[in-house]
Design a protein around this ligand. Structure first.
Ligand SMILES: *Cc1c(COP(=O)(O)O)cnc(C)c1O
Length: 390
């Protein structure tokens, strides 16, 4: 076995695709981390509202553990559905503006379990080219036919819908905020297509939950389309600062998932401390809209700075701001040069992004200080110029 694995790792290395774990030695205020003994501004985190370190979430986790224990003791359908799960799911449905909601242990499990429960062999799933890997894995697991349309390409999607065989389920799935481009799904147009072609529409609001919409519920809420979307998926692992995935929608959808989503049925219920953190995070999102507004202002300023310097930010409209480089190797060099200047941003390469579209991605957080961000922007632009990228 080992000689073969060694060979495959060497092949990854040769394509600049080998990844390695790095230890974060300490998480510091202001969206900073200590790695390798150095303090870096963390522009790679999904903790968009800075809630992962918030004392209220920590207190919520501690109190939930004290009252309910460290673990739930069983899967939800057996005897792991604690009063706390019931309470948080009720709150979640109110937050999302839907009839009901169900929490999974992770966003990955929510996607895999839900998609495989809703579609099967012979059905067709229409998926944006840039959808998250967990959506792709759910489609594979479902056994349905994959119809992958180019990113945000409504014409291609419509052609595919027209050709889909009648009498089978059609499920359109899209991220609402795309994790690699930071742009938005054309949700209004997707709703029109779903209605015209009798399809179901599922949206993944992992990067939008807590960030977009008047109440922070996501893009569907922002556009007044909550009722038009059949399946609202999202996570607590990003802007909400802890862990867990959810699906919200009609009570009958949720009842069905309780019975058919295998990642829900055959896995232990989320532990009480995590639910305590989720409940506290929902309260913060409800009570402090200024956090998401401030985040959007910071992101707009940062993005405009990159645009002005000549970077292609790929249509980003959110707190996720990519700077396109193109090839793998210079992308890695750019990220490494920034790292030398105490900025932590990830270089994204294929297969995460399409070939020739490697980029460095910056994720902004409400935790970042304005002065740190201005300085970071200057450093990024200067480094890009030195390297001949702009
Ligand atoms: C992160 C992410 C997931 C997975 O969520 P986890 O809670 O990290 O498992 C699913 N979909 C999208 C779009 C994501 O960005």
């Amino acid at each position: 076995m080992l000689p073969e694995l060694t060979q495959e790792l060497a092949a990854l290395e040769a394509q600049s695709q080998r990844r390695r774990l790095q230890v974060v030695e300490e998480v510091l205020p202001g969206g900073k981390v200590r790695v390798g003994g150095r303090v870096l501004l963390n522009l790679s985190s999904n903790d968009y509202l800075g809630l992962a370190q918030d004392p209220r979430l920590i207190k919520g986790a501690r109190e939930a553990a004290a009252r309910w224990g460290a673990g739930a003791g069983a899967s939800r359908l057996v005897v792991g559905h604690l009063g706390l799960h019931e309470e948080v799911e009720t709150e979640l449905a109110a937050f999302k503006g839907t009839e009901a909601a169900v929490i999974f242990s992770t966003g990955y499990m929510a996607n895999v379990g839900t998609i495989a429960a809703l579609a099967g062999p012979g059905d067709a799933i229409f998926s944006d080219r840039l959808n998250h890997a967990s959506i792709m894995d759910g489609i594979k697991l479902s056994g349905a036919d994959l119809e992958r349309f180019p990113h945000r390409d409504l014409n291609r999607l419509e052609k595919m819908l027209k050709q889909a065989p009648a009498g089978k389920r059609r499920l359109i799935i899209t991220d609402s905020v795309f994790s690699v481009d930071g742009d938005l799904a054309p949700l209004k147009e997707l709703v029109a297509l779903k209605e015209r072609y009798a399809a179901w529409l599922m949206i993944d609001e992992a990067h939008a939950t807590g960030v977009l919409g008047p109440g922070g519920a996501g893009l569907a809420q922002a556009l007044g389309l909550t009722d038009a979307v059949d399946i609202h998926m999202g996570t607590f692992s990003k802007a909400l600062g802890s862990l867990g995935g959810y699906v919200a929608g009609d009570q009958r959808l949720i009842d069905y998932l309780h019975n058919r989503a295998r990642s829900f049925i055959y896995s232990t219920a989320l532990p009480p401390p995590v639910l305590g953190a989720i409940a506290a995070a929902l309260a913060v999102v409800r009570e402090e809209p200024e956090r998401r507004h401030g985040l959007m202002e910071k992101a707009a300023h940062f993005r405009q700075g990159l645009d002005k310097a000549g970077f292609d930010t790929l249509g980003s409209e959110t707190q996720i701001v990519p700077a396109l480089v193109g090839k793998n190797e210079p992308t890695l060099r750019f990220a490494a040069a920034l790292r030398e200047k105490d900025l932590m941003a990830v270089g994204l390469r294929p297969p995460t992004v399409p070939p020739g579209k490697a980029r460095v991605r910056f994720s902004l957080s409400a935790a970042h200080g304005a002065a740190d961000l201005s300085q970071a922007l200057e450093t990024i632009v200067a480094t890009g110029r030195e390297m001949g990228l702009v």
